[in-house]
Design a protein around this ligand. Structure first.
Ligand SMILES: [Fe+2]
Ligand SMILES: [Fe+2]
Length: 271
């Protein structure tokens, strides 16, 4: 059975009036939802893997929820999210989920058309690096004792592979522990992540591991050891067919104008 889903990441949205760049990140996300609709894709779901907000106060998350609900209507599929290092649990729970503010990690499992999505919370309050905590690891191990008919997708913000030689303060701290648990499942076909703002595909413990560039901007290292961020907008179409996986990156037109350039060593203060 062939199932498609849409992977978006790093939307870096703020509520209107609180934009951090002249370019509208909201327009970029709307453009993606419209493109999915125009392309006549019928995804089982959309997943956005964190850095939903750039600043992340409750007002930002109310606005993001509105955009996500509108996007869900446009593409005709549920939109699921995970949290990134720019996000704030308490404000997210209040503004996005409409719950009492709390620092409880946001993770869950849902199965759509036989394809299971396991969303993990790698965001740690006050840190740029990511960790999937012990409570989630225990839950993940339990979750993977059962399998889904069409396979399992694991979504989290920080990729398990350090694709781009990022400094240690910027990457996930306990990838081996997560990988050891993922190996116990017999149906995990793909890991989707963001955070690095570049498109990378690899294998982690034999599982297809994708870090996408995202909708807001892209980044790349330069020859002189700097890191440049520029206007960019993309999303991935992931197709799972008999537990085989293909990833198609769709790049939407932007100016590609450079936003910032700085030394790689201060990446953790800029992103
Ligand atoms: Fe980001
Ligand atoms: Fe990030």
């Amino acid at each position: 059975m062939k199932i498609q889903f849409i992977h978006i990441t790093d939307t870096h949205l703020n509520a209107p009036g609180r934009e951090f760049l002249k370019v509208s990140m909201a327009d970029k996300l709307k453009q993606i939802f419209e493109h999915v609709r125009m392309s006549k894709l019928a995804p089982a779901f959309v997943v956005i893997t964190g850095d939903l907000a750039h600043e992340g106060i409750a007002e930002d998350y109310q606005y993001i929820r509105k955009l996500v609900n509108e996007g869900s209507d446009i593409v005709g599929a549920p939109v699921h999210v995970t949290l990134g290092n720019h996000d704030h649990r308490s404000a997210f729970r209040e503004g996005y989920l409409g719950e009492e503010p709390s620092e409880q990690a946001y993770y869950y499992s849902t199965t759509i058309n036989g394809l299971r999505l396991i969303a993990l919370n790698s965001q740690v309050p006050g840190k740029h690096s990511g960790t999937v905590d012990e409570e989630q690891l225990a839950w993940l191990a339990e979750e993977l004792t059962s399998s889904a008919p069409n396979g399992t997708i694991v979504a989290l913000h920080h990729p398990l592979l350090n694709f781009s030689g990022m400094p240690s303060e910027h990457i996930i701290t306990n990838a081996p522990a997560i990988g050891d648990i993922l190996k116990t499942g017999d149906d995990v076909v793909c890991i989707v992540a963001g955070h690095v703002h570049t498109n990378n595909v690899g294998l982690y413990e034999g599982i297809v591991s994708v870090a996408a560039a995202g909708s807001a901007f892209a980044g790349e290292s330069t020859e002189d050891g700097q890191f440049r961020m520029y206007d960019f907008c993309s999303y991935n179409i992931v197709t799972v067919s008999n537990k085989n996986v293909t990833v198609q990156t769709v790049v939407l037109p932007t100016t590609n104008v450079e936003y910032a350039r700085f030394d790689m060593s201060i990446l953790t203060t800029q992103h």
